[in-house]
Design a protein around this ligand. Structure first.
Ligand SMILES: Cc1ncc(COP(=O)(O)O)c(C=O)c1O
Length: 413
């Protein structure tokens, strides 16, 4: 098993727990920067490219800001994410807006912001957007998100590029939609996009999708459509347990090769691969429960703080921050305090038995960790800290208070 270890030095995790409390998300800024630079390098070549960081993976402002300062753009899927991207300093011309259900208000917000393009996913969305742009006397830049019917060979809950998926436009609908756009003065088709799924561990599906959409773009260019870019989405896997994701070099060269000599810019929308390994969730052991058939380690982080294990049965490495060398290794379920049987961070995990008060670190939780956190069981969401290059921790999100939990609520008269 190759488990990337979080680079904690010189900051000590117990000191962070004492200072900021637990559960606590901890991100390592140099690791974020290294991930972005490595990904950028893998796409380098004669074709201009832009990395639009998929905010859904981790929309905390300081994370977005870290990438924006390196020149990255953003892929947003809601008005809220667009607001965050702008607040964190992402230039509007580097923002694309994906998503299967944009409201008219979100479309207007995107036009107000002057983003690079809205990625349209249905005929209805196209008509609504055309109407809004006409009313405003503007021309809306759009890309069509096509469904390439490619099997990403990943967990079914995070597969999006298959024909039966709700995402993207059916392949055969594209010619009619292109004709519709070309006859609509308030719309301008600037790109095509695909995103076939997440945590994709083979280069093949990326290549297949890229080749399909590139062939389509060739046809459209021949017909005189002034396309500017192809967006190959995100989806690159990280190794949580024993997966062997494509290397960045394999991934980057598959995309660049598909684009070949076309006069188009290359866009990508990675989320997980930029942030997953740069974050951990620090949690304190509350109790040890020994049942006849199972041992439970009850910690103060629950499924409301980290949903992935409950939602996808996802694996995250868990390490003892204060290893007890004398303690026997035992198989345990690491569970949270939430009143749901699915509230577990790990099942049958071999750990040297901790004691109440010990700290555990749930690794590789930078992606789809804090972004999926909720207030379920009226639990305040955790604080978040970023370790800077000089080793200093910076509090980037304060722990929610009980007052935060009821903000916006009113009692009846
Ligand atoms: C349209 C789109 N782009 C990009 C991403 C980011 O994917 P990942 O985090 O796997 O790179 C997603 C995630 O589901 C998505 O739906």
């Amino acid at each position: 098993m190759t488990t990337p270890q979080f680079p904690v030095e010189p900051v000590s995790l117990p000191a962070l727990a004492d200072q900021f409390g637990t559960p606590l998300y901890v991100y390592h800024q140099p690791a974020l920067i290294d991930a972005a630079r490595a990904l950028d390098l893998s796409l380098a070549g004669p074709t201009p490219h832009l990395i639009c960081y998929a905010l859904k993976a981790n929309p905390t402002l300081a994370v977005i800001q870290t990438f924006a300062r390196l020149g990255l753009g953003a892929d947003v899927t809601s008005g809220g994410e667009l607001f965050r991207a702008r607040r964190a300093g992402v230039s509007p011309e580097k923002i694309v807006f994906s998503g299967v259900g944009k409201t008219p208000a979100e479309m207007a917000q995107a036009l107000d912001a002057g983003i690079r393009a809205l990625h349209v996913e249905s005929e209805g969305e196209l008509s609504t957007l055309a109407e809004i742009a006409t009313q405003r006397g503007e021309i809306a830049p759009i890309a069509l998100r096509v469904n390439p019917d490619v099997d990403p060979r990943t967990h079914p809950h995070i597969a999006t590029g298959l024909r039966e998926s709700k995402f993207g436009l059916p392949w055969e609908s594209i010619p009619a939609l292109v004709a519709q756009i070309r006859s609509t003065p308030s719309l301008r088709l600037v790109g095509l996009s695909v995103h076939i799924g997440s945590q994709i561990v083979e280069p093949g599906p990326f290549r297949e999708a890229a080749v399909r959409v590139t062939a389509l773009s060739r046809d459209l260019l021949t017909q005189g459509v002034a396309l500017e870019y192809l967006d190959f989405g995100g989806g690159l896997a990280v190794c949580y347990e024993d997966e062997s994701p494509p290397t960045l070099a394999e991934w980057g060269s598959a995309l660049r090769a598909a684009l070949d000599d076309l006069p188009l810019a290359l866009l990508v929308e990675p989320g997980r691969s930029l942030v997953a390994n740069a974050g951990l969730l620090l949690t304190r052991v509350l109790a040890i429960k020994r049942h006849p058939d199972k041992n439970f380690v009850v910690v103060d982080a629950g499924m409301n703080d980290l949903l992935r294990p409950a939602l996808y049965d996802a694996y995250h490495p868990i390490v003892s921050v204060t290893p007890r060398r004398d303690a026997p290794e035992e198989h345990v379920d690491v569970v949270g305090p939430v009143c749901e049987s699915t509230d577990a961070l790990a099942h049958a995990r071999l750990l040297s038995m901790p004691q109440p008060g010990d700290l555990l670190a749930v690794l590789q939780t930078g992606a789809y960790g804090s972004s999926m956190a909720s207030n379920y069981n009226s639990r305040p969401r955790p604080a978040e800290v970023m370790i800077l290059a000089n080793g200093e921790p910076c509090l980037i999100r304060t722990r929610e208070s009980h007052a935060d939990l009821v903000r916006g609520e009113s009692l009846l008269d």
